[in-house]
Design a binder for this molecule. Structure first.
Ligand code: XMP
Length: 507
């Protein structure tokens, strides 16, 4: 498959370059900037992109790629720091400039090639402290802004391009067109990256493996898609284990079981460990301790199951591409089947090899695969849910009563948001409960009951989040239902803290 390789020089936007390119069906992969030419040659890319980055090319210790990359005779596009690298490499001059952050008007001086089809000017997103003062010999300027005279340059003969702005961020008008010009017209990459093709190839690859596969499913989209892909490939040789820890959403354990057994007819084993988890959590109120207990108990149950029901050769995991990059194990071409053991706290003696069929995919791509595999729409649109489950949404000690309140109140929040067509518009919506109580009146009686906190947030990546401005009427309905339907609750509060300084989950 034709591909574009993006060398990562540390910009917060490096990821986005790959995503934008994949969105128009060309495979793009992010690799560390110090990848060797030998490794790059093995990847056989159609073109190379240098990402931006925080360093200055003239400082010692600045990240510099292997020099032979420039002799590979492949088209290169440098973005921001990548642009300055190209200027520096070919004998131009980069100097410290007035910092420029935000949108600038880019005037297009030559619209015949990289900047074709954009008109006379576009708004381009700048984020830089250095600029090209003098461009190298044999390069020409094809675009400028008021403050950056060489905002876009080219050496046509070598197919080497540099742009000071970021075409990958949405604030650059027609940024995708610029990337398309580079990838499709200049690199001549074919648009072969489709999710249907991915499913076919992955199923074919997995069908070649020997031995049984063990996959822990949580009901989340990543583990579900992982299991379904493997099931398509090897059928009964896949065993899915689902640990019911009692910390899930209301009735979720039933819904997940039905989906796997009735809809998909997967070899699915449910382990009812509610009591075990609650006993281990008994009397514990420290958030980190609770997380640790939930994690350790899961590993114990999982290991015990693997030992008794094996032998298994493979452990399937729903690792996604951003996790692979974050953990720093992305080294050149990503392979579907990676072999190492001792993952996620599992003991070495299990000797499980890891199968990660989604390790090349972004979340939105996983959703597309899920659709192809027939995953129900409800699961596709479901909000994220924390691994330790309600243990982090019940503040303080986890008791059956508090769990019941959190489950029922969260169900009410979800139902009302769905009815009012708000559910799909927000990132997460749930109710948490803590130790605090408040007085209320029911009929003529005073009642001392729990306080429930409703949390609804908007976010794009969970790194930052803002509280959602829900209509008063909707909040009123949620509040009324919670106090009417849950006997122990007297007060409902709405959380109006953003992230930062707060986090999305209370613990
Ligand atoms: P915070 O609370 O850190 O959460 O703002 C950010 C996002 O991560 C989810 N979250 C978790 N997901 N295991 C997970 O798989 C966890 O331990 C965990 N803790 C928080 C949270 O729901 C939000 O989407």
């Amino acid at each position: 498959m034709d591909k574009i390789v993006v060398l990562d020089f540390g910009s917060q936007y490096s990821h986005l370059i790959c995503r934008r390119i994949r969105e128009f069906s060309v495979y793009a992969e992010l690799v560390p900037f110090d990848i060797t030419v030998e490794e790059l040659t093995k990847m056989n890319p159609k073109g190379i992109i240098f990402s931006g980055g925080p360093a200055s090319v003239y400082n010692s210790g600045a990240p510099i790629p292997e020099n032979k990359i420039f002799e590979m005779k492949l088209p290169i596009l440098g973005i921001c720091y990548g642009h300055q690298l190209i200027v520096n490499n070919y004998g131009g001059k980069v100097k410290r400039a007035n910092k420029e952050y935000g949108s600038s008007l880019l005037t297009i001086d030559d619209d015949s090639d990289l900047l074709s089809g954009l008109g006379k000017s576009i708004r381009a997103w700048m984020s830089h402290g250095d600029e090209a003062e003098q461009i190298p010999k044999n390069f020409e300027v094809i675009g400028h802004t008021e403050s950056a005279k060489a905002a876009a340059i080219v050496n046509m003969e070598k197919s080497i391009y540099g742009i000071q702005f970021h075409p990958e961020v949405v604030h650059t008008e027609q940024g995708t067109e610029i990337l398309k010009n580079f990838v499709l017209k200049i690199c001549k990459a074919k648009q072969e990256w489709t999710m249907k093709g991915f499913v076919e190839k992955t199923v074919k690859d997995i069908s070649k493996i020997d031995g049984n596969v063990l996959c822990a499913v949580s009901g989340g989209i990543d583990s579900t898609v992982t299991a379904l892909l493997i099931h398509r490939a090897i059928g009964e040789r896949l065993k899915c284990i689902f640990v019911d820890n009692g910390l899930l959403r209301l009735n979720e354990e039933k819904e997940i079981g039905e989906m796997f057994t009735k809809n998909f007819k997967v070899n699915f084993i449910k382990i009812d460990a509610k009591k075990q988890f609650l006993t281990k959590l008994d009397g514990v109120s420290d958030p980190e301790k609770k997380r640790k207990i939930v994690g350790e108990e899961f590993v114990r149950i999982f290991t015990d199951f693997a030992e008794k029901n094996g032998p298994f050769r493979w452990l399937a995991q729903g690792t996604l591409y951003p996790d692979v990059i974050e953990s720093g194990v992305s080294k050149g071409p990503a392979s579907v089947i990676k072999t190492h053991h001792n993952v996620g706290g599992l003991p070495d003696w299990l000797k499980l090899q890891v199968l990660e069929p989604l390790r090349e995919l972004y979340k939105d791509e996983v959703r597309k695969v899920a659709k192809i595999l027939g995953v129900p729409q409800k699961l596709l649109m479901r909000h994220p849910f924390p691994g330790p489950g309600l243990a982090v949404r019940v503040i303080g000690e986890v008791t059956e009563k508090k769990l019941e309140i959190a489950k029922t109140a969260s169900k009410i929040v979800e139902e009302e948001l769905e009815k009012a067509k708000w559910y799909d518009k927000v990132w997460q919506a749930y109710a948490a409960v803590g130790e605090d109580k408040a007085v209320g009146v029911v009929g003529d009686e005073r009642k001392y009951g729990n306080i429930v906190m409703v949390r609804v947030v908007d976010s794009v990546d969970a790194m930052t989040a803002d509280w959602t401005r829900l209509p008063d009427g909707l909040l009123e309905k949620i509040s009324n239902r919670i106090t009417n339907e849950i006997n122990d609750v007297t007060w409902v509060t709405y959380v109006i803290s953003s992230k930062p300084p707060a986090t999305i989950e209370p613990q």
